[in-house]
Write a protein that binds this ligand. Structure first.
Ligand code: ZN
Length: 479
């Protein structure tokens, strides 16, 4: 009898629960969404950063990054509409809009005629605040797909105009590739346009620090920019600039007004270092990206029931592997700690060097070796010793590329002496036990890591188009 009463109670309760569920769909409480995109960040880029941290700290215990400890993990397919190996524009469009498109499109359909709405634009309509942050130029493909609609990622000026006209609440990071253009005799400046459209513009550290909640829309550009209007590589030093983590913290401080927010943060130079097969530079970019994620994680810890953080990549760059034919089972990433400059930075040193050549190849090479020792630890017996065959190869590469013809100096573009940098960078990876298959992107799946209510939606095999769809589902305010 007791059993029967109990069963009836259970049934009644279940029926009531079902009805109440149907009438009132489970209300999601997500108010804050972070999407971190490591441009060119495959699993190997994550693993060398971990192996490096273990090696320099002389630890055997596995070293996690902040985001590799997130409870939900999955794999993301990245192929574009018209090419298996994707690019940042098509992959970014998928991550921003939930639609596949052709290579080069910025949140437009494959024909480049109709726009796709981005999650940032959607979030704005939902009453959320929005932030877009990157370590490369703010008009670069990955940030652009969240606020611009252009048939080509090369339309930097038009992307900049889309930025100026947008309703994004916070832009932070690098500058503009094409900041102004003269059209029919009129000089059009993107920053001026943005200010006219209500953006507060800062490009000094003091101005950045002084930004307070209530400022309204903000366009914050790093004071010190490197090539292509990007923030400098971390390995070259980011003094005088906010870091990616500082930009993330500032965006949190400014956007946290109770309405909720969607924020995209890109580690853009992981990709650039990958294109250069520059492992040490790659690792430093990875660690800076993780520091920015740690800022979001600290925010999550304060708001665990209302925050989701998703970390993924648009594609892998370089075909990086841990392990190479020469080193076999030996991984020696600690040697990379001897590298103090990016390949971009070293190219500049070589340009300087080429202007001061004495004409005596033997003497010039000896001077060059000193520079190799200072910047890479190469040839310094306490750091990385060179075999006699490596030394011969280096001298050959030096003579071939620093002297063109009989004692002539290389051309100013550096197209010649950049081969010396490439050779050095490759040598560093070889000695670290790393391998690279490409100077371009690769077509492998990229990982996704997530934490927060609903993060299990990112478990298992998903497509890059699922990421914004899942985030929108989680952010959707249901009646
Ligand atoms: Zn790339």
């Amino acid at each position: 009898m007791k059993k029967v009463v109990f069963s009836i109670l259970i049934l009644t309760w279940s029926a009531f629960f079902l009805v109440s569920c149907q009438n009132k769909p489970q209300k999601t409480q997500i108010k804050y969404a972070f999407l971190f995109i490591g441009d060119g960040m495959g699993q190997a880029q994550i693993n060398i950063a971990q192996a490096y941290e273990m090696a320099i700290n002389k630890k055997i215990a596995f070293k996690h990054l902040t985001f590799t400890q997130f409870p939900s993990t999955g794999w993301v397919t990245t192929y574009a509409n018209n090419r298996f190996i994707t690019g940042s524009a098509a992959a970014g469009t998928a991550l921003a809009t939930g639609h596949k498109t052709n290579i080069g499109r910025i949140s437009m359909d494959p024909d480049g005629t109709a726009p796709f709405e981005s999650i940032a634009e959607w979030a704005k309509k939902q009453g959320l605040k929005t932030g877009i942050i990157t370590s490369v130029s703010i008009d670069h493909a990955t940030p652009a797909v969240f606020y611009a609609h252009q048939p080509s990622r090369g339309n930097y000026f038009e992307i900049g105009l889309d930025l100026a006209a947008s309703d994004i609440d916070f832009f932070g990071g690098g500058g503009f590739v094409i900041p102004m253009k003269v059209i029919n005799g009129d000089t059009i400046r993107i920053i001026k346009r943005a200010i006219e459209n209500g953006f507060a513009f800062v490009n000094t550290l003091e101005g950045f620090k002084a930004l307070k909640p209530g400022t309204g829309k903000v366009l914050a550009i790093a004071p010190r920019l490197a090539a292509d209007a990007a923030m400098p590589y971390m390995i070259d030093g980011n003094e005088g600039n906010p870091s990616l983590a500082d930009f993330t913290q500032k965006a949190i401080d400014l956007l946290q007004d109770g309405s909720g927010f969607f924020m995209m943060v890109e580690g853009g130079k992981i990709d650039w270092a990958g294109h250069g097969n520059d492992a040490a530079t790659n690792i430093m970019e990875m660690l800076a990206f993780d520091e920015a994620i740690a800022v979001a994680k600290a925010f999550y810890d304060q708001h665990p029931n209302e925050t989701i953080i998703v970390v993924t990549a648009d594609h892998e760059t370089g075909g990086l592997a841990l392990g190479n034919g020469g080193m076999q089972y030996e991984l020696n990433v600690a040697v990379l700690a001897n590298q103090h400059i990016s390949s971009e930075g070293f190219d500049m040193k070589l340009a300087e060097f080429s202007r001061q050549l004495s004409g005596d190849k033997g003497k010039d090479f000896a001077d060059m070796l000193i520079l190799f020792g200072q910047e890479f630890g190469l040839g310094d017996s306490t750091k990385i010793s060179l075999t006699s065959s490596e030394l011969t190869q280096l001298q050959h590469v030096f003579n071939q590329n620093m002297y063109i013809g009989a004692g002539e100096k290389p051309d100013a573009s550096g197209s010649s002496y950049k081969h010396i940098t490439s050779f050095l960078i490759k040598l560093m990876s070889n000695k670290a036990g790393l391998g690279w298959t490409s100077y371009s992107h690769t077509g492998i799946n990229v990982p996704v890591y997530a934490i927060g209510p609903g993060s299990e939606m990112f478990n298992g095999m998903i497509d890059n188009t699922d990421i914004p769809k899942n985030l929108e589902t989680l952010l959707m305010v249901q009646e």
